[in-house]
Design a binder for this molecule. Sequence first.
Ligand code: AMP
Length: 415
Amino acid sequence: MTINDYKFAGQKAIVRVDFNVPLDSEGKITDDTRIRGALPTLKKILADGGSLIIMSHMGKPKGKVKAELSLGQIKDAVAAALGTGVKFAPDCAKASDAAAALKPGEVLLLENLRFYPEEEGKPVGIDKEDPAYEDAKKAMKAAQKEFAKTLASYADCYVNDAFGTAHRKHASTAVIADYFDKDHKMLGYLMEKEVQAVDNILSNIHRPFTAIMGGSKVSTKIGIIENLMDKVDNLILCGGMTYTFAKAQGGKIGNSICEDDKLQLALDIIEQAKAKGVNLVLGSDCVAADAFSNDAHTQVVPANEIPDGWEGMDAGPETRKAFAQAIEGAKTILWNGPAGVFEFDNFTGGSRAIAEAIAKATANGAYSLIGGGDSVACINKFGMADKVSYISTGGGALLEAIEGKVLPGVAAIND
Ligand code: AMP
């Protein structure tokens, strides 16, 4: 079933969204991107004459009620975004009456799902080493099913539009789908777009395909690097990873960030790229600093000849040129992770060069997907969000999808 085919008129839809928005100390939303992301789905259901039960988590209350993580704080913002009144159910597991009373066009927002440990389905207050842990886990799984069943009982159909949590098998993201038949559960528009974006990168590839992986560590990106190795033509590895590769090849890296237990892995990646005919682009020069600070002294040095007391903080000019060359001719581009310590304005140059090359390639017809919190932050910082094809809203979920893992939130609906 798809959201465009379903007849919502007179139906109650329970929709899992990701309203895990950042709040300031007064409970005001500081970035409403996630609310705006869910609007097309929510508005479509209301416009078709359905009623809405909206559910989400916020933060990590770990199964306890925490006033500062109450979704009640964002009720008015959701109402303003939808242009209609929103009722609030202060206990998400006791909302049957409120849900039953909903008339077409009306909206009910449920309290934070994670105030119940059943949402995540992990036993709380018991150590994994405890002999009673396995029994507690079983009991929690049974309780999770009951919780999901309760949520399901509020509505005629289920829509999942929370890509940010699609990699979690939680009550509201996956288990709940068991209580609807295949004609009454579907992905929302945002989920459809995200799934399509991943498909464009993993299956529907136009060549050449350039992937840019940055960030601080090889270890957290290795799954993706290995999955991409069979698909890409050019693989740029940048950011803090540069120095693990430089050291592995015998370079001097000063105080640069390095994973000493991943040196062999770095050499294996270089070998794999050779064997598979992938053009691996590593940093040749870098902007080194004499302290981890925006105001540090800097110099451009080869990435494998960093003087003692200095550390590589950003890609150097030669490296930026090599990156641009591998990106500008591409027809499919994936970027995850910055090329330097972009949080400091003086070390954004490498990431900016990548963003500019991606914008140029996109203008020439390439499909570009930007994913992962930091590269999205870069694109926004440079004001280039409208110059790329798609910016993913899912951090962990996107990375797991690109690693080739099945997302439980998607599988629960599609299987
Ligand atoms: P990750 O969470 O692994 O995607 O890494 C993102 C972080 O990597 C950002 O906070 C960057 O500041 C950091 N990063 C990028 N390049 C470097 C570098 N050369 N040295 C230290 N940290 C870096």
